[in-house]
Design a protein around this ligand. Structure first.
Ligand code: GTP
Ligand code: SPV
Ligand code: MN
Length: 601
């Protein structure tokens, strides 16, 4: 479509402004359709980094620049007017200064390229919890991913009308095609990345990277960083949470939301196939939840996305058959290995690499070198509708009612398999002390323990102390029915460094306990043992029938050790202490728990 299809004067003016700055050769408005996608894919196929996968209809493999393979938290900024608004966990820069710097980067950055205008909706178009964004980008890869991950096209422009608000998302890979300049396979400006958010004006400027959350601006940039600030102002929640429906053998259905840090198991839990007979899990979303209190007092959640941008390594028929089915066609694979017969391969896919494998750098795979064939943060982009267990209500505009909220992370020790909060305030406390070993989803160290409250450390668009306030305040509303809070840890290890818990489908055993506990009134102790940190399953309460985990390992998994927890407190105190104004209620929770730990035997 041409620019004439834009009937929204402020949108048109904003596009014109950015055309003047970025100087693209052309401007094209995306309709999100299949014909358009085919046409754009044809253009990319001429490059050396884009391959059609003969074995998977409508699917492609893309290999990125080795310098552009993950989110870049050091180059991510929250540019609110005051530093205090961004808080100590975010990089801050003055908005005017940052814009001046960025204007130099964006100046002429789209020369020789087309600027694609992507009108997209996060959430069903026109839904009461949905919001609209417009991304301007010079990357066809971004266009092809965004049409899977979000709802793109004319319907969005129609819903926008002539003057509705939208989130302004500007993106450039930062590699203009100046006459005679060689076009690399994956253009980017690897050494000059900027992922910049202006929460006060609902704007995002992303420069230099073409990868994932850096470039698909509907995802982390809008649906979490900008949306979390909108949610605080407007009284709702934007969270890094999967949403799943779980049905008991008796046919009772509940919905759960779960916040785990990046690459800590959201996609896998969202699509889990229970090993417990008679139980069923269905997927609403695998990464982001937007939630608000409904008129009936229940918490309602939508998945603002329309696709999965999932971690490929470790995904197999054994670990996640539903994901394997979802990626059979119409899927974009990024940085996985390619087989000679036009298929994909990665570590943990469940079978040996075939002869003639080409690794994610485009070179013949040589296992002797000890380097993985797929990048550890290799991803698949697949339509959510292709998931065999997609929930019938996944596109319900008003969302699904949430009975329980889970937190989780990778902890080799200390944190038991599951524990339950005493009440809302304790639940917020629980979320505030989440910690996890870092993963390949972000550039930097892997396996380093860090505090990642609510799995939102890299994604909260404002001061995190204020974010906890928001959670506490929202729980004080009258007439609301509090979901229960739980904290799970699939990653506890034994003395030899092996996971104690089999995970994946076996996590249904923990979900069953959560399902049953979430229906109990506050203070109810059936099936539960009180510990200083919350309720854990009472002896025998966790259904382990047929599970091959020794009683000793089970005991270790559920153990709440005084010394381990006391050793964790200084880190929590240091984190709390890094804020100027921290919610008193959470500090009190910390004191109470410390007291309980010190007086328990
Ligand atoms: P993002 O998309 O980065 O937000 O990640 P995610 O939270 O959706 O994580 P995902 O489900 O993709 O899992 C990441 C990695 O953890 C994969 O390699 C999985 O195989 C592994 N994993 C997921 N669930 C489990 C589990 O229950 N046990 C163990 N041991 N590993 C798991
Ligand atoms: C994450 O890192 O949490 C992701 C992948 O879901 S990305 O879209 O790159 O942020
Ligand atoms: Mn994520």
């Amino acid at each position: 479509m041409t620019l004439d299809s834009i009937k929204h004067p402020r949108l048109r003016a904003w596009i014109d402004e950015n055309v003047d700055m970025c100087m693209p050769d052309d401007v094209y408005v995306c309709d999100g359709g299949q014909e358009e996608a085919d046409r754009l894919a044809e253009r990319l196929l001429r490059s050396h980094s884009f391959f059609r996968l003969e074995n998977r209809p409508g699917s492609f493999l893309v290999l990125s620049d080795p310098g552009d393979v993950a989110r870049v938290e050091n180059n991510t900024f929250i540019c609110s007017r005051f530093r205090e608004e961004a808080g100590p966990t975010n990089n801050w820069a003055d908005p005017q200064q940052m814009k001046a710097e960025l204007r130099q980067r964006f100046f002429g950055s789209m020369r020789g390229r087309t600027m694609y205008v992507i009108p997209y909706s996060m959430g069903p178009v026109g839904g009461p919890l949905s919001h609209i964004g417009i991304e301007l980008t010079d990357s066809i890869y971004v266009v092809l991913n965004m049409r899977i991950m979000t709802r793109v096209g004319q319907a969005v422009l129609d819903a926008l009308g002539r003057d509705s608000p939208f989130v302004r998302c500007l993106h450039s890979v930062g590699f203009p095609l100046i006459a005679g300049r060689y076009e690399p396979a994956w253009p980017c400006d690897a050494n000059n990345k900027y992922i910049v958010h202006f929460p006060e004006e609902h704007a995002i400027w992303s420069y230099g990277s073409g990868y994932g959350g850096n470039a698909l601006l509907g995802k982390k940039c809008f649906a979490l960083r900008i949306a979390s600030a909108m949610a605080r102002d407007q009284g709702w929640f934007a969270e890094h949470m999967l949403i799943l429906g779980i049905t008991s053998p008796e046919g009772e259905k509940k919905y759960l939301a779960a916040a785990f840090p990046s690459a800590c198991g959201k996609t896998n839990l969202a699509m889990l196939i229970p090993t417990l007979p008679g139980w069923k899990v269905e997927t609403v979303g695998d990464d982001i939840a937007w939630m608000r209190w409904g008129d009936d007092g229940q918490l309602y959640a939508i998945n603002p996305e329309a696709g999965f941008f999932g971690v490929a390594p470790g995904t197999s028929r054994q670990s996640n058959p539903n994901a394997m089915d979802a990626i059979r066609e119409n899927t974009i694979f990024t940085n996985v290995a390619r087989t000679p017969d036009g298929d994909v391969w990665w570590e943990g896919i469940g079978y040996d690499p075939p002869e003639g494998l080409i690794d994610w750098r485009g070179e013949p795979y040589n296992p002797a070198l000890g380097k993985p064939a797929a990048h550890p943060n290799a991803r698949f982009t697949a339509p959510a509708s292709q998931c065999p267990v997609i929930d019938p209500a996944w596109e319900q505009p008003q969302g699904v009612p949430i009975s329980a909220i889970l937190f989780g992370g990778r902890r080799a020790g200390t944190v038991p398999l599951v524990h339950e909060a005493f009440d809302w305030v304790h639940g917020v406390f629980m979320g505030s002390i989440v910690s996890s070993e870092t993963t390949a989803a972000a550039a930097g160290d892997v396996g380093k323990l860090r505090r990642d409250p609510f799995a939102m450390l890299p994604f909260c668009g404002y001061n995190m102390a204020d974010y906890f306030h928001h959670w506490l305040r929202m729980g004080e509303r009258t007439g609301v029915k509090h979901p229960k809070f739980f904290y799970v840890n699939w990653f506890r290890k034994d003395a030899n460094g092996k996971f104690l818990w089999p995970g994946f489908g076996e996590n249904s055993r923990v979900l069953k306990w959560i399902f049953e506990r979430s229906g109990r009134p506050a203070g109810d102790v059936s099936q539960a043992t009180e510990t200083p940190i919350g309720f854990v399953p009472a002896p025998g309460a966790l259904d382990v029938a047929g599970l091959k985990v020794s009683p000793a390992a089970m005991q270790e998994l559920l153990a709440v050790r005084r010394d381990e927890w006391l050793a964790d407190l200084p880190g929590i105190k240091a984190f709390y202490g890094s804020f100027d104004e921290f919610p008193r209620k959470l500090k009190q929770q910390l004191e109470t728990i410390e007291q309980r730990l010190r007086t328990s035997e």
